[in-house]
Design a protein around this ligand. Structure first.
Ligand SMILES: Cc1ncc(COP(=O)(O)O)c(C=O)c1O
Length: 484
């Protein structure tokens, strides 16, 4: 069992938190300041590392990767990619593999613009602009779209790329509203309309940033209700159209809607939403992103967004992969994968909530799975779920699941607020029922272990997997990670 627990990924991560010796003062302020900033991270045990974390390489069962539809794990995307290569590159035609320039200079191609049209049509949008990543796309939107004097409202849990864009946007006033809280949104929007003269006069807009499915919580945005609130608060003639939404569909693309078109299409709100950002690095199994909107939006992006203007256009291999992924999404295999994800998540909640120890584990504060509470009343199951325990036990549960062969990640500050660490579980089309059952069983084996320790029924204070990790850490003079 030790070798299962003390994997290179885990030991590298923990070892990396050892404080580095102070930089040699003679090396100058540049090195000393960078080294000191990294040591601050180490002191908080939050230094990030790159190690062999990939579930396929580590041979752990994948409840973590973004390959949600398992387009990569099954090899389906690879095969579609190969057939896209032959379709896109008929004999005798020379295709540029590299982009050869910015989209606005030499980097454009018929292939790129046809792909944009294809994707925009799939999502029932007027037009689209491909970007090399979702991060770039969000930065492009937020730096280009708001005009001086506009106001930005954003959900408290929007992604780092949206924050990066908003921070650099021309909007002077930016306000957060509570995560997924329609009433707080109403309150903040109402205040903005009352207090911001130019907005009240209908001369400036309010732009609202939300995500379709939130990446660290898995919950779905109450978008219809928010659109309704915007209509109510800004119902007068001069405020018509003053509130516009930007919906980041990173985690809904491929999953929500009849064919995976995303939340906006699933709700039939295409006409109400100004901008959608669909990313391809999650369920679609590729990478890159598209910004969907009107031609006005697209023209604004290619004129005002530096991350579009001053960068090389998305290259052919990326665009071909994205096209292959869309073809797969619309095939029978895509449909089956989408349905399979729904089954897998439902099965998880069924097994979890019907487990004999579920209620006592919750009552003891040992287990909380927020999305399990009303899972059977939801038509759509998010592929992301979170498992919470008492903060001091979070690592113990993580070590246990890791030792049992499940690839899941603890999500900690600074990704989530201090005190809100949780274990993120992502479900995939290729996860078998046995794997899901195994995960649920492993969680309850751990619950029983902690309960026995707490009740003094076991001659131990720390759970087994955690004690193995801590013994190794002590031998290396390391601390943190819930060590007692
Ligand atoms: C909600 C959200 N938006 C945008 C991004 C960035 O997308 P990409 O990985 O394509 O840069 C992510 C990725 O973590 C995300 O979760």
């Amino acid at each position: 069992m030790h070798s299962h627990i003390l994997t290179p990924a885990l030991t590298t991560r923990i070892r990396a938190q050892r404080l580095a010796p102070a930089a040699d003062p003679s090396a100058g302020a540049f090195h000393a300041n960078l080294a000191a900033a990294l040591n601050d991270r180490r002191a908080a045990h939050s230094l990030r590392t790159i190690s062999d974390n990939n579930p396929q390489q580590s041979k752990k069962i994948d409840f973590a990767s973004n390959d949600i539809l398992s387009f990569n794990a099954t090899g389906q995307l690879y095969h579609h990619f190969l057939s896209e290569l032959t379709t896109a590159n008929p004999p005798g035609v020379n295709i540029n593999i590299g982009s050869t320039g910015s989209r606005l200079l030499d980097g454009d191609s018929l292939y790129l613009s046809q792909t944009e049209l294809l994707i925009a049509t799939f999502h029932h949008a007027e037009t689209g602009l491909l970007c090399s990543s979702g991060y770039d796309a969000n930065v492009a939107v937020w730096t280009a779209i708001p005009r001086p004097g506009d106001v930005v409202l954003y959900d408290a849990l929007v992604h780092a790329s949206t924050h990066a864009g908003i921070a650099r946007s021309l909007a002077m006033e930016k306000f957060e509203f509570k995560h997924g809280d329609v009433e707080d949104f109403r309150e903040v929007l109402g205040r903005v309309v009352r207090e911001q003269g130019l907005v009240r006069a209908g001369r400036r807009s309010v732009l609202v940033a939300v995500e379709a499915v939130y990446s660290m919580d898995g919950d779905v945005c109450p978008l219809r209700e928010m659109v309704e609130v915007a209509r109510e608060v800004c119902g007068t003639e001069e405020l018509r159209g003053s509130v516009q939404f930007v919906v980041d569909e990173a985690h809904s693309t491929g999953l929500l809607g009849e064919k995976g078109e995303g939340l906006v299409s699933a709700l039939g709100l295409e006409k109400e939403i100004a901008v959608r950002v669909h990313t391809f690095g999650k369920c679609m199994g590729a990478s890159g992103a598209i910004v969907l909107g009107s031609s006005l939006i697209k023209t604004a992006l290619i004129n005002f967004a530096n991350s579009v203007i001053f960068t090389t256009a998305p290259p052919f291999p990326l665009v071909a992969t994205i096209r292959a992924s869309y073809a797969l999404l619309q095939s029978e295999q895509g449909q089956a994968a989408r349905e399979r994800v729904q089954h897998v998540v439902r099965f998880f909640y069924e097994e979890l909530t019907s487990h004999p120890a579920w209620h006592t584990a919750r009552e003891r504060g040992l287990l909380s799975v927020p999305l399990a509470d009303d899972w059977d009343s939801r038509a759509f199951q998010s592929h992301i779920s979170t498992v919470w325990t008492r903060p001091q036990y979070m690592y113990w549960l993580y070590f246990h699941l890791h030792a049992e062969g499940y690839c899941v990640w603890p999500i900690e500050h600074p990704v989530v607020p201090i005190g809100q660490s949780r274990i993120k579980v992502s479900f995939h089309a290729a996860n078998t029922d046995e794997q899901v059952q195994g995960l649920v069983d492993a969680i309850f084996v751990w619950v029983e272990e902690v309960t026995a320790n707490e009740e003094g029924r076991a001659n131990a204070k720390v759970t087994h997997a955690a004690s193995v990790v801590y013994e190794w850490m002590r031998s290396e003079g390391l601390d943190g990670f819930g060590m007692v």
